[in-house]
Design a protein around this ligand. Sequence first.
Ligand code: P6P
Length: 336
Amino acid sequence: MHKLLTVQQHILEEQRRNHPQASGEFSWLLSGITLATKIVAAQVRRAGISADVLGATDSQNVQGETVQKLDVIANQTLLQFLGNRGNVAIMASEENDDPIVVERDRAHGRYVVVFDPLDGSSNIDVNVSVGTIFSVLRREPDPDCSRDTTADVLQPGYKQVAAGYVVYGSSTMLVYTTGHGVFGFTLDPSIGAYLLSHERVTMPDAGTQYSVNEANFEGFPLAYRKFLMQARSGALGRTYSSRYIGSLVADFHRTLLKGGIFLYPPTNSHPKGKLRLLYEANPVALLAEQAGGMATNGTDRILDIEPTSLHQRTPLIVGSKTEVGHLMRMIKEESR
Ligand code: P6P
C-alpha cells in the first residue's frame, strides 16, 4: 500500500527534520496556498461548464495582457487565503501593479509571498495545462510600519525560503521545495487532499527534449540559434525532440521530470526576455537547482539577479546541466 502522506504532514515532517525550532508558522502559510489552489483547480476543471469563468474580461493587467476571467478568480482566491494567514505581511501578484500590504500583519508578519495566480491562462479556453507559481520570501518585522514594502519584495532568488507551483494538467500536481529537495504531490479529488506522489524529484543530467517558441527563432541572439541548430542536427551528440506547450508551468514540469532544456531567449519583441523574474524565473530556478539542474539568464545564475522592479522580465534558460552548460559556453564564446 503506497504510504498516504498529505502535503501538510510532509511539510510538518520536513520542518521537524530541518528546522526543529520552527514554530509551524511556515507550514501554516503553505496550507493557505494548498487550500487556495484546490479552489482554483475546481474552477479550472469546470471552466468549460460555467460560462461565467471562461473567456476574457474587458481589462488589461500591468503587462498589457488581456485578463482572463479565471485569472481574476485565481488572483482573488490566493489574495484571500494568503492574506488571512496572520504571518504574511506583503503579497505581490502578476495581476496587481503594486504589492498588497496586509495592514493587520505589516508590523510582525515574517513572510512575503509573490505569485502568478494563473500562468498561461490564455490556454484555458483550449483546455491546455495552466499553473499557479509561488515564491516565499522572509522579511524582518517592521514594528513601526515605516519601511518601504517594495524593498521587502525585491529580494534576489537565492533568498527564497520556499518556491513551487501547481500544474492544472491531466492531474493537479503541487511541486515545491523549502531548500531541502523537491517534492511532488498529486491532488486526489475524491478526498480533496494533495498526496505525496514524487519523493525527492531529481532532474536528469541530460535530456532528449528542447522547449522553445521556434516562431521567434530569427530574433534569437546568434549563440541560441547555433545551439538549436546543433540540437536539431545531432551535433550535441543526442537526438532531441521539440516540445513546446506555451505554458511555463507545464513546459518546466516536463523538463524537471524528463530533463532537457527550456528556453525563452531575448527576442525582437522582448529583448530583455518575456518571463518575469520574481514570480516565474526565480521559483522555477530554485526548483531546478534543488533537483540538480541549472537556471540562467544566459550569463548569470537566475537566483543571483538583484531585482530592481516588481514585474521586471528576464531571459530564462532552465534544465539539465548538460544542455544548459553547453548553451552557456556557446553564449560566452559568441561574446568574446
Ligand atoms: P509565447 C504564458 O503567457 C507565458 O507567460 C508563460 O507561461 C509561457 O512560457 C510564455 O508566456 C509563452 O510565451 O511568446 O511563446 O506565447
